[in-house]
Design a protein around this ligand. Structure first.
Ligand code: LMR
Length: 334
């Protein structure tokens, strides 16, 4: 009888272990924008590819629009392993103690998307990812959301127009310096709080990609947009290091392939998503859209140029010089 019981227990355990083994590995992917954005669509594409390439051994749960965590919280949640994957803006790594990523925030440092792509796809981009590893984070890819534009309830056509304006920014020291260099007052705020803060006049304006402005309905509470292209919204797709290194090698390989494909897709749709959003804002007739002329753009750029030297200690002199060199090479190539 004892033998039968033992055999039964062994079979039951084997069945349980088998069932456990068949349980998919769950990846919680949290982010702060809507599904209808370059990042939102990139995450959905990654889910499709990751689940297909691992034949269902991985299940991706996407939590968009700050459903699970707001800006700062999501990085803490990743480090704790409460979520496995994020794609925050690179302007938000300062609170983690990795301010070197703010080199991407220097105004007008990237004259166009090609120059930016050369930097993020090369040794500079990879080198910056290495700085995340001591924080328990692995950088998998860079995603893009185009160039930043200013919006406000007051026109922004001249530098003087910024005097005393309260402008919402992401948690970046370089962006703080940028807004002060324009004569305005910077206010750090989580992305999910921006719409209400604009609506209630807590802040007068903000800087962001057009896709983010449109999908967060900011145009409904902003009378003016100035197309200044003064900076970029860029993302680092990151994963909890312990989780990533604990994955079976074949799964990690499939996820790497899925991420590479999803990244190509995300970066290929970013510009069109922003162009389409601008058309929708124009159609909505809620906001006056002003294209900053090159002459005035040069004035703004000159006013913000001292930031490069002012923050080279924060972002890393070598990294800054390497980016400036790569950017000048890419403009020569054109
Ligand atoms: C912001 O906070 O303005 C953006 O970084 C949000 C995002 O993830 O695009």
């Amino acid at each position: 009888m004892k033998l039968m019981q033992f055999a039964g227990a062994v079979i039951a355990f084997a069945l349980f272990a088998g069932a456990q083994a068949q349980q998919p590995i769950v990846i919680k992917f949290s982010h702060v924008v809507t599904d209808d954005t370059p990042k939102g669509k990139g995450a959905i594409k990654f889910k499709e590819l990751a689940e297909a390439k691992t034949k269902g051994r991985v299940k991706l749960e996407i939590y968009p629009n700050s459903q699970l965590y707001k800006d700062r919280e999501e990085l803490e949640a990743l480090q704790l392993g409460a979520v496995q994957m994020l794609a925050p803006s690179v302007s938000k790594f300062g609170p983690l103690g990795v301010r070197q990523f703010e080199v991407y925030d220097l105004p007008y440092i990237f004259p166009n998307q090609q120059a930016l792509d050369r930097v993020i796809d090369g040794p500079i981009g990879k080198g910056l990812f290495k700085l995340l590893e001591p924080k328990g984070i692995v950088g998998l890819a860079y995603w893009s959301n185009g160039f930043k534009e200013f919006s406000s309830n007051k026109p922004m056509k001249k530098l003087d127009d910024f005097k005393g304006m309260k402008i919402r920014i992401q948690s970046s020291k370089v962006l703080e310096g940028e807004i002060k260099a324009l004569g305005a007052i910077p206010q750090v705020m989580a992305f999910s709080e921006v719409y209400t803060a604009l609506q209630q006049g807590v802040v007068d304006g903000e800087e962001n990609s057009i896709s983010n402005k449109y999908t967060q309905k900011m145009h409904e509470v902003q009378k003016h947009i100035t197309l200044s292209d003064h900076g970029v919204i860029m993302y680092a797709v990151i994963v909890n290091k312990k989780f990533w290194e604990g994955l079976p090698a074949d799964i990690r390989k499939s996820l790497d392939e899925a991420m590479a494909e999803a990244s190509r897709y995300e970066r290929s749709i970013a510009q069109k998503e922003n162009d389409d959003a601008l058309e929708k804002i124009k159609k909505a007739k809620t906001t006056q859209v002003y294209v900053l002329p090159p002459t005035e753009k040069a004035v703004w750029r000159k006013a913000m140029l001292p930031l490069y030297r002012e923050y080279e200690g924060v972002v890393g002199k070598d990294t800054l010089q390497a980016i400036e060199k790569t950017v000048s090479q890419s403009s020569k190539k054109k």
